[in-house]
Ligand binder design. Structure first.
Ligand code: NAD
Ligand code: MG
Length: 395
């Protein structure tokens, strides 16, 4: 029996994880769950899964959850804040940590899981984007096992040979082909992008996801973050990664080999597949995902990425080439800009503008320590907020 901790249990990935876990009560036990502010949602999950621990992001929400649990005679212990998250990610009875908090908030607890040598199911790509080197070093040093949940990286992992860690070139790999749907605005007239609403941006053609990653998919910053994520996970650089726009989202990514072979992983656009894969790896378990019917799909299409329509792709590539804290600055500016867009303060096309200006105005430096990364993250957030205020005034 494997003990599981889900960081971000109430989100899209968290709920999908619980769905897969519930199909295998003889294999997995939920030990701990966490949420940001959704007390009633987490209460419901505690009723159903009876975890030993539940963590809310702040004290007030934790107190509310505690009293509601008491009323229902549920003995789950409630903790709060980053300390609480770090505690549940490191519990000895936890074998597997699902890192599914969105954004920079997930960094510290995910690092705690690495330091405790857990099997980490990594959905929280922002954590890796911010602190790639430090995170990968901690994984190695503590014999943690890092398995990608992002569907593309999970697909790439499935297409790589067992010993790929000796180096992609040494394994005969010539390119990683990172697929992306192109989001909801792949073919929309550029002039119409100015008036996009948050709901339009969040209406992804193939995937149902949280609002932040949905906007990232619409700007293709998501693909940019995924290039950075792939560089760290597979120890490579952007020269070896080709983004392939594939509107059907059936091929989740591919690996090209020197002998001309291209291996691909296909499946429904349903996150329960990568979640089940990483939970059971190297075994395979039932995920509840509908079987792929190639006859009804009939056609798969591929296109070059459009760097003019999606400047975030270029910005992300530039930041990982620059290295150091540049990706953390990119990520922080993007988090601020996306939140402002979702709040109806900023227009859709201003998102890359805010990110680009922040990268110009905040100097990056070598990412030697977590302190330096978090300092530059904070400086970038302040700068992006200021730029946003100016933009709002101009409008
Ligand atoms: P979501 O918004 O649906 O859920 C986020 C979860 O994190 C929620 O449980 C929320 O309560 C928690 N949370 C948010 N802010 C927090 C904070 N400050 N402190 C503590 N907890 C906080 O997001 P999601 O779509 O499930 O995505 C989660 C992560 O997985 C993201 O990093 C995203 O990029 C990645 N991811 C998601 C998908 C997908 O299909 N949804 C696919 C690939 C990768
Ligand atoms: Mg993805």
């Amino acid at each position: 029996m494997k003990g599981i901790c889900i960081l971000g249990a109430t989100g899209s990935i968290g709920v999908n994880t619980l769905d897969v876990v519930a199909r295998h009560p003889e294999k997995y036990k939920i030990v701990a769950l966490s949420a940001n502010g959704q007390v009633d949602r987490l209460l419901e999950q505690c009723e159903k899964y009876q975890p030993e621990y539940a963590v809310m992001a702040n004290k007030k929400a934790a107190e509310e959850l505690e009293s509601k649990l008491k009323n229902k005679n549920i003995s789950t212990q409630v903790l709060s804040g980053i300390d609480g998250l770090e505690t549940i990610a490191s519990l000895p009875q936890v074998d597997i940590v699902m890192a599914a908090i969105v954004g920079a908030a997930g960094l510290k607890p995910t690092l705690a899981a690495a330091r405790s040598g857990k099997r980490i199911l990594l959905a929280n790509k922002e954590a890796l984007v911010m602190s790639g080197q430090i995170f990968m070093d901690e994984v190695k040093k503590n014999n943690a096992v890092l398995l990608p949940i992002d569907s593309e990286h999970n697909a790439i992992f499935q297409c790589l040979p067992e010993n790929y860690e000796k180096g992609l070139a040494e394994s005969g790999i010539t390119k990683i082909l990172l697929t992306g749907s192109g989001g909801p605005f792949r073919t929309k007239a550029l002039s119409e992008l100015t008036n996009i609403t948050p709901d339009e941006a969040c209406a992804h053609p193939n995937w149902s996801m949280g609002r932040k990653i949905s906007v990232d998919s619409a700007t293709m910053m998501n693909k940019g973050l995924e290039i950075i994520e792939a560089c760290w996970l597979f120890n490579t650089n952007p020269d070896n990664i080709q983004v392939v726009v594939h509107p059907q989202s059936v091929i989740h990514s591919m690996v090209q080999y020197s002998d001309g072979s291209v291996l691909a992983q296909l499946g429904q656009p349903d996150m329960r597949t990568p979640i089940a894969h990483a939970l059971a790896w190297p075994d395979r378990i039932e995920s509840g995902v509908e079987k792929l019917d190639l006859f009804s799909i009939a056609k798969l299409e591929f296109e070059q990425p459009d760097y003019e329509r999606f400047p975030c792709l270029r910005l992300a590539e530039e930041s990982i080439r620059k290295g150091g804290t540049a990706p953390a600055i990119l990520n922080a500016a993007n988090e601020v800009a996306v939140a402002s867009f979702l709040n109806n303060e900023l227009s859709f096309i201003d998102i890359p503008y805010i990110v680009e200006q922040t990268l110009k105005n905040i100097n990056s430096r070598p990412a030697n320590s977590l302190t330096e990364i978090l300092e530059d993250d904070l400086a970038a957030r302040k700068e992006a907020e200021q730029l946003t205020h100016l933009r709002v005034k101009q409008a």
